[in-house]
Ligand binder design. Structure first.
Ligand SMILES: Nc1ncnc2c1ncn2[C@@H]1O[C@H](COP(=O)(O)OP(=O)(O)O)[C@@H](O)[C@H]1O
Ligand SMILES: C[C@@](O)(CCOP(=O)(O)O)CC(=O)O
Ligand SMILES: [Mg+2]
Length: 397
């Protein structure tokens, strides 16, 4: 039995530049956003695992004894986990009655949970029994990295119960972060969860949910950017549903079909990310209107590239047109195909302009709000640090 109750949270992200290209080894720049996923883990005395995922309407209870035979024969080496354990993945699909075509939000979340749980406790004397409840401020499947925030919370909580990472002391603090080495392990395991949900993720989303802040990411190399100006960003959710897994697969097919055409587009996106990073660094010293013009132009060019690689959507075109009419530049963020877009605001953008754009976007049925970026990555929470809203959701299950 497990005897630790804990609450952890991890943030969502917005990709400034490099979505999709990053899956193919190019640079991405990504920032954490102030919408978080919260996970509460409570010990169960009755030998069951209970999973409560209200955002995706997934509620399941299993006897630990029924999960026992699904365990992998030995623990995976967390530093050498190139691919998912396909035998385990198949056993879980068979157990849950899912096929390879099962892609709904509910099933992918259940599979990610079971995969991480059984892998992390592969060599524990007995499987622990607990209730896991996850609730998120992030809209699932909208490009804000909800899958990564979910996977990071699962990894942080289960590694802490298993003892591979040490619970950071909360003392009088309301939140605490794990040490660097522990965060690296959490990130590794969260990446496995992302693989269950996405197929072939780049790892950028789980890196942001783990580390927070603003990051440059390329092929597993994570560089936090410390010298950047405070950016003002408007987030718009078109509410058009899409699946990252299918969009990433579609881009891969296009690259395979037209390598000499798509290759240069990905190189150009790489160039955009690199130029954006250089511009942000220059701006940290002294930001000028010309710098903002460069950032805006980069967003326009990238948005066109994302259309070319097949992940645009009329809802995002509409969003770009509405903001541009007020002189504001936008692009999609995340996998595209609908979902969310980001709009860059200049420091001096008149609040009346912002309010009128927000109203117009809301009239289209979109959600739209100005967001804070660069918030901390995965955290452990004391009960007193939890808002009444999140606690009341937790207490209603
Ligand atoms: N709060 C949550 N509870 C349970 N599962 C979640 C939650 N948030 C995300 N997920 C999982 O992540 C999937 C969405 O991931 P994805 O398609 O990558 O979109 P995004 O990461 O942009 O939100 C959902 O189908 C679900 O399986
Ligand atoms: C399209 C991609 O670059 C980002 C996907 O982000 P999201 O799941 O749509 O939030 C995929 C990846 O990097 O793994
Ligand atoms: Mg995702």
């Amino acid at each position: 039995m497990c005897n630790t109750e804990l609450i952890v949270s991890a943030p969502g992200k917005a990709i400034l530049h490099g979505e999709h290209a990053v899956v193919h080894g190019k640079v991405a720049l990504a920032v954490s956003v102030n919408l978080r996923t919260y996970l509460r883990l409570q010990p169960n005395p009755d030998g069951t695992i209970r999973l409560q995922l209200p955002n995706v309407e997934a509620f399941a209870t299993w006897d630990v004894s029924s999960l026992q035979p699904l365990r992998p024969p030995c623990a995976a080496d967390p530093w050498n986990m190139d691919k998912l354990d396909s035998a385990l993945f198949q056993r879980l699909r068979d157990f849950a009655g899912f096929t390879e075509e099962t892609l709904d939000t509910h099933s992918m979340a259940v599979l990610a949970f079971l995969y991480i749980y059984l892998s992390i406790f592969a060599e524990s004397r007995e499987l622990p029994s607990f209730t896991v409840t996850v609730w998120s401020e992030l809209p699932p499947g909208a490009g804000l990295g909800s899958s990564a925030a979910f996977s990071v919370c699962l990894a942080a909580a289960m590694l802490s119960v298993q003892g591979s990472v040490s619970l950071p002391p909360l003392d009088t603090e309301s939140t605490a972060r794990w040490c660097k080495q522990d965060l690296e392990l959490i990130n590794m395991w969260a990446f496995q969860g992302e693989k269950v949900i996405h197929g072939t993720p780049s790892g950028v989303d789980n890196a942001v949910a783990t580390w927070g802040g603003i990051l440059r990411y390329r092929a597993g190399n994570i560089t936090p950017l410390s010298r950047v100006p405070m950016l003002r960003i408007l987030l718009t959710n078109t509410k058009v549903p899409r699946s990252t897994k299918l969009l990433v697969a579609g881009v891969r097919d296009k690259i395979k079909k037209f390598p000499s055409i798509m290759g240069p587009v990905l190189d150009s996106i790489d160039g955009i990310s690199i130029t954006c990073e250089q511009t942000l660094q220059e701006m940290a010293g002294h930001a000028t209107p010309e710098h903002y013009s460069v950032l805006e132009e980069l967003m326009d060019i990238n948005q066109h590239h994302l259309d070319v690689i097949g992940v645009g959507h009329t809802s995002v075109d509409h969003l770009c047109r509405i903001t541009l009419a007020q002189g504001l530049h936008s692009k999609l963020t995340g996998a595209g195909g609908g979902g969310c877009g980001i709009t860059l605001l200049r420091p001096g953008t008149d609040s009346l302009v912002v309010q009128s754009v927000i109203l117009e976007l809301k009239d289209c049925g979109y959600d739209c709000w100005e967001t804070s970026i660069g918030v901390p990555g995965v955290q452990l929470h004391s009960m007193s640090s939890m808002t009444a809203d999140v606690l009341s959701v937790f207490n209603s299950y």
